[in-house]
Design a protein. Structure first.
Length: 143
């Protein structure tokens, strides 16, 4: 993404905050023509820079009340097997490789603390997981 100009970056920042904004609103915020915004969106999607537009649910009914980030250390030769096993767990809503002391970062979401405890146990029992550290997400920090 190093070949993006300032307008592309500003457009992506606006979409990151609210991907449902109409093109006309984006154009007004950026101070450029609606057709220019649409052309930039089309180009960013064609290049794979913007892959999808998503919905972020507000807290309330349907929102899992228990969410956490789990840092996972792996036995090196088993990383693919671990990634496949974690990918089959519906409570693991995202999984990222990383650098440093931890090999993977997983976001876990469940409806109850007992369900959360069960998922933690399941992750720790996956062959190839050697260590983990979990941080419950209490509230979103906004500045």
């Amino acid at each position: 993404m190093t070949d993006l100009d300032d307008t592309d970056r500003a457009l992506i920042a606006l979409l990151t905050r609210d991907a449902r904004q109409p093109v006309t609103s984006l154009a007004a915020s950026l101070g450029i023509a609606r057709a220019t915004v649409q052309a930039r969106l089309d180009r960013l999607r064609a290049r794979g820079i913007i892959r999808r537009f998503t919905v972020e649910l507000a807290e309330g009914p349907g929102t899992p009340p228990v969410a956490a980030i789990m840092l996972i250390e792996l036995k090196g030769a088993m990383s693919r097997q671990v990634i496949r096993a974690l990918g089959r767990m519906p409570e693991v809503v995202s999984l990222h490789s990383t650098n440093g002391a931890w090999d993977l970062v997983a976001r876990i979401e469940t409806d109850t603390l007992p369900a959360f405890d069960r998922v933690l146990r399941q992750v720790r029992e996956v062959p190839g997981v050697t260590n983990s550290q979990t941080c419950l997400l209490l509230d979103e920090a906004r500045g």
